[in-house]
Design a protein around this ligand. Sequence first.
Ligand code: ADP
Ligand code: DP6
Ligand code: CO
Length: 324
Amino acid sequence: MKATAKAHTNIALIKYWGKRNEPIILPTNNSLSLTLDGYFTTTSVEFDETLTKDQFILDEQVITGEQYERVASFLDIIRKLAGKQLYASITSKNEVPTAAGFASSASGFAALAAAGTKAIGLGLSNMELSRLTRQGSGSACRSIYGGFAEWQMGKKEDGSDSYAIPIAPAEHWDIRVAAVVLSSTKKKVSSRAGMKRTVETSPFFQGWLDSIPQDLTTIKEGIRHRDFQKVGEIAEANCLKMHATTLGANPPFTYWHDTTIAVMQKIQEMRTQNIPVYFTIDAGPNVKVLYLPEYEKIVEETLRSLSGVADIRLSKPGQGVTYL
Ligand code: ADP
Ligand code: DP6
Ligand code: CO
């Protein structure tokens, strides 16, 4: 009763930012992402009759507290689905900084869902696996698929129609993402807490929601035609709208550092020099830069020369969940 799975993180081009149902994680809007080959999680789950509770080891550390509870409650859902009351030993390795805005919850819960369901003997379709994964971390439901995936918010309140679908595989388009590492330390406001505060208090939240259908239509058109400018412009604008909602929250907050703004300004300056680059930022200070392969050298050199940049990690489109 043991299985190991690997899942990559994804970067949202149209952001998931808001829940309409917190316990089972139903979003307020559709979102769309690109799975990245550069960052991933590998997780092993072994169910064991002799255990009296789950144990969770992440990056060689025994985990307790909130991170443990999130994993144990997710395994409760898997146990219920399988109709088996067995505890597990979970060992995970993040090839991505944890809780720093690089989407570790996406690769982490996608790998956990895949390994956990396989270990307990459930044979789920990708659709069922994505729907289950959603309940661990919303963004994770998109990491079941490689390439571009869209999380359809669904209409039903039981969540049965809320899962990701593939939009285009990794092979469709070799678009690249440079992750500009400014800080790998744990963020002060988790994605979960940040979006909750925003939904509850930000007067800008409704404006954010109203703008999404048009962004989605346009970006999907751009992806289909491999129109880099169209995809980049929408992704950058969508990211700025999401981050604007946090400034309207009570108490107000931002995920940005001073260096975040410096990188954004550099990207915009590069465009004036005819280098086609765009940025997007998840819930954290680090910037992800979209570019095409022929600009890789200039993008990497320029970003590395900026002060405050600790590292640059380059990604191609990544594959969906795999079993090892
Ligand atoms: P991030 O930007 O890294 O996704 P979040 O605040 O969304 O930040 O989520 C971070 C949380 O995700 C961690 O505190 C932990 O609870 C969970 N997480 C991260 N990696 C793993 C993993 N490999 N297995 C299980 N849970 C994980
Ligand atoms: C800004 O999926 O990490 O990265 O569902 O509460 O676990 P929970 O939140 P999470 O939120 C991700 C927010 C985002 C945008 C995105 O990935 O779509
Ligand atoms: Co996350």
